[in-house]
Design a protein around this ligand. Structure first.
Ligand code: FAS
Ligand code: PHB
Length: 394
């Protein structure tokens, strides 16, 4: 078998890249470890930056997003019961965000890929990368019981944090930067009306809480929990009672509860690998970086990597600009590290279980007060939350 770009992973990174490469006339093939159903069952991100929305529309996968997505013009930050709203268009040059679940956008990307008849192989358990540092890289995997060799020009490692792509780069050829947070997020999905039309980030001495949604009839909530917690320790009623304790008014009184459709605990880490390429292998999305979800950046950073890699590969194939290949990592990492900073900062300011030192709590309160009551502070939050600009490739 042969293609121009071999894509490992059918999450948002792999599917969005595949669609945009196809539209640039670049042949590609996607190989996915899991089944379609498994990929779609994972409840993850919920907030899209305008840059991500533009890429999804360009990929032909934006119709349902534009119809069903919920535009958010503000976010609410609360600290021990005091609420402050940041108006995004006012402080971020007219920009806003859209709440639209990652599950839905992945479904949309799967549909446009199927409609284009592009080759996608699910439930492929043993893909391996070969000769990435030569001009003729290739993949091996098993398909329908037969061993397959896929020759290609380039490989996009879109296989997430636990994929094989990053691990296939020799340790001597990569540097990893990591911070693991001493708490996790217990998430709950319920068919209840969201307690707030805008996303609420609430810091409380009992721990952080977040109020989001998937639609005006489906809510998504999170609680900061110690790392040793398990979902079994959290029957629905305990979750709702704890959430209510951590929310400011009027949310605490107005909270509508109901049976959980899904409950899960996610660990929180900041992680970046440098460089994001090795020969003709390019790492994209969670394969290269992870952020704590407090800044709603994870999925959006995957989209910005796709923007840079697609732009470079289109110029390589259509203008012979092979010189650009070496610039992918630096271009992507500039925006990634700024999003890592913002996600780390939001997490450090709003999560209280990491430290029992009263000084730390006072510093968190001072951060909250400074950044939510000054023009420059609000501008800093809004501009980072809507997403820093994506650079054009000359
Ligand atoms: P993904 O992990 O989504 O996709 C990688 C794909 O590669 C998967 O389908 C996987 O099965 C496949 N794969 C793995 N190994 C493979 C192999 N060996 N061969 C072939 N395929 C392989 N981001 C936010 O912005 N907000 C959030 O609230 C948020 N919540 C999250 C909660 C959880 C529990 C997790 C894990 C992540 C969360 N994220 C959130 C981040 C998340 O949305 C990612 O940023 C996003 O999924 C990145 O997409 P991909 O890079 O495509 O990686
Ligand atoms: C979500 O809706 O899942 C969500 C929203 C904002 C975040 C993280 C997660 O910062």
């Amino acid at each position: 078998m042969r293609t121009q770009v071999a894509i490992i992973g059918a999450g948002p990174s792999g599917l969005l890249l595949g669609q945009l490469l196809h539209q640039a006339g670049i042949a590609n093939l996607v190989i996915e470890l899991r089944s379609r159903a498994y990929v779609l069952e994972r409840i993850r991100a919920g907030v899209l930056e305008e840059g991500t929305m533009r890429l999804l529309r360009e990929a032909g996968a934006g119709q349902r997003m534009d119809l069903e997505g919920i535009a958010d013009e503000g976010i609410v930050l609360a600290f021990d019961g005091e609420r402050r709203r940041i108006d995004l268009p006012t402080y971020a040059e007219g920009q806003r965000v859209l709440v639209y679940g990652q599950t839905e956008l992945t479904r949309d990307l799967m549909q446009v890929r199927d409609a284009a008849g592009l080759p996608t192989y699910y439930e492929v358990p043993d893909v391996a990368i070969h000769d990435a540092t030569t001009d003729h890289p290739w993949l091996s995997f098993t398909l329908n019981g037969a061993s397959v060799r896929l020759d290609c020009d380039y490989i996009a490692g879109c296989d997430g944090f636990r994929g094989i792509s990053r691990q296939s780069i020799p340790p001597t050829a990569r540097r990893e930067y990591e911070k693991v947070y001493p708490f996790g997020w217990l998430g709950l999905l319920a068919d209840t009306p969201p307690v707030s039309r805008e996303i609420v980030y609430a810091a409380h001495e009992r721990g952080f809480a977040l109020c989001s949604m998937r639609s005006l009839a489906r809510s998504r909530y999170y609680l900061e929990v110690p790392l040793n917690e398990t979902v079994d320790n959290w029957p629905d009623q305990r979750f709702w009672d704890e959430l209510r304790r951590r929310l400011p008014e009027p949310y605490a009184s107005e909270l509508v509860t109901g049976p959980a459709l899904e409950k899960s605990i996610a660990s929180l880490r900041s992680f970046v690998v440098e460089p994001m390429q090795y020969g003709r292998l390019f790492l994209v999305g969670d394969a290269a970086h992870i952020v704590p979800p407090t800044g709603a950046k994870g999925l959006n950073l995957a989209a910005s990597d796709v923007h840079y890699l697609r732009s470079i590969l289109a110029k390589v194939y259509h203008q012979g600009r092979h010189d650009l290949l070496a610039s992918y990592s630096a271009l992507a990492l500039d925006r990634i590290w700024k999003a890592e900073r913002f996600s780390w900062w939001m997490t450090s300011m709003l999560h209280r279980l990491a430290s029992d030192n009263p000084f730390d709590a006072r510093i968190q309160r001072a951060e909250f007060d400074y950044f939510t009551t000054t023009e420059e502070g609000r501008r800093a939050i809004a501009r980072n939350y809507v997403g820093l600009p994506l650079r054009a490739i000359d």
